[in-house]
Ligand binder design. Sequence first.
Ligand code: 6R9
Length: 651
Amino acid sequence: MSSNESLANLLKEERRFAPPEELAAAANVTAEAYEQAAADRLEFWAAQADRLTWSTKPTETLDWSNPPFAKWFADGKLNVTYNCVDRHVEAGHGDRVALHFEGEPGDARTITYAQLKDEVSRAANALTELGVTAGDRVAIYLPMIPEAVIAMLACARIGAPHSVVFGGFSADALATRIGDADARVVITADGGYRRGKPSALKPAVDEALTKPGTEGVRSVLVVRRTGQETAWAEGRDVWWHDLVPRQSDQHTPQAFDAEHPLFILYTSGTTGKPKGILHTTGGYLTQASYTHHAVFDLKPETDVFWCTADIGWVTGHSYIVYGPLSNGATQVLYEGTPDSPHQGRWWEIIQKYGVTILYTAPTAIRTYMKWGEDIPAKFDLSSLRLLGSVGEPINPEAWVWYRKHIGADRTPIVDTWWQTETGAMMISPLPGLTTTKPGSAQTPLPGIAATVIDDEGNEVPNGSGGYLVLTEPWPSMLRTIWGDDQRYLDTYWSRFENRYFAGDGAKKDEDGDIWLLGRVDDVMLVSGHNISTTEVESALVSHPKVAEAAVVGASDPTTGQAIAAFVILRGSATEDENLVEELRTHVAKQLGPIAKPKRILPVAELPKTRSGKIMRRLLRDVAENRQLGDVTTLTDSTVMDLIQSKLPAAP
Ligand code: 6R9
């Protein structure tokens, strides 16, 4: 935000939803958790660390003697994979299903905790045979298949930090990440299934490894998934099925220091080279495990949990692999897209496996809104008892749609705010406690300290907007940016003294609940008022004909910036001139005349990252008639051509 004017507080959302009595009565976490954490935050986290099995119990909780470089549970030792797999088998749950894998072509595989233990042990032995030792980095570039989970757990088991790269990223993006982490081994597949077709992966690895900086890679371990023809580098490439199955299924996990690196995960950011976010062992697992238990109210004996995220996103790390498995959950793992072979695929999967908890992103919910509620209505979704959202602010109307058409107007929704950098959830309702408000993540979780401040660093009063900051260290916080401590300091800790700057705008409502308002870089400045993209988008989505909206501030000679909106219409709606005027009036009525978009353009698709976030920066380029910036992290780069072809000459 460039002016001293704090974010205008425009949106009024009055709907409230109390937690269902039955859920509240049996909830994993009660109001006591907030009280305990408020009384002694460190003691609270020390108690949560007890959820894990340590080979050496920590005596020290937080070492903050060299801020902002934190050490949590520093004198403790543990093995992450033992906590996620072996201990459940030892406790007699070996026959419990860990993963219900559903391939896109319809192939399915069920893996119990006992089988997972064998598979992970073999994979750990295989990596050892390839010469991987504790501390070596391993890049993982796989589709959403069980081997992705197994590979991550095998790395964690031997103390080799993994760096998972989205299966959809290009050879260049992969090469940069392999190079920055200086990986020794790459684990990949011949390909994966996308929209009914095999889509090759291995060629991108071959190309990446011709680029400078990747010379450290000694081996490429290749899973056969699609059976497609694959080029082979003798001496470097090894088939998973040649190496892994012949290994022993016995492997003794070694205990590592709580601060041993667990993984590096790259976030693209809008400028500069990707940042390698470093997470370590004990604190990360404590918070991933606790938040999964608390926010999803997980009952491992009866729940079937499904997080639809890709493993290449932090959500896949914390809420497919480490959180759920440390809690002994039964999960669905789905390889493909929501519309393959038909637009009801997700709901069919929920019906098939009796999914009880669904965790997905607003982008998916809005896509299903666009396709129409008659699609989920064809399936039996009565097993669902809890819904979650992550990745972007969820527009109140999408929230209400999600609850009504997926959750039978019965299930609570937890809107969870967090980041790659925070490692685990930070702000979220608790399903048995919180009376929820559509569009608000509401309350910092027990043990988390977050607030909203203005340009000068003063806390804003209730009813005002500003910047979201975290005011105390938390167990799963990033430890640094891999190889670049200075960038860690500059990016997160220099804007405000002693506080972590998240880069998001937020407001506090009259009750002090937090509403996320989008990235600060996206905030618009119209006639001297800071206006959040989220609020204008939510106003547009609250119109019955709009499924999804993206707004940007485009430079304007009279108002500084003017609001330009790109909208996707719902299934049955058609575009005409009246509609554009109708939408402009609708926004003005919802938020006030200051927020009325100057231009509205109906489009078929919006540019999104692989984790479903709208890339407003590219839309700003379009709105300001500029050459497009970097499009390498887009899911589908043809989307921008489509949008540009629809663009009338600038007024
Ligand atoms: C987990 C994840 C982080 C950014 C974050 C914010 C946005 C995520 C949100 C949300 C509003 C939520 N974000 N969850 N905004 N409400 N519930 O998404 O990590 O990919 O690193 O993105 O996503 O802008 O700063 P990551």
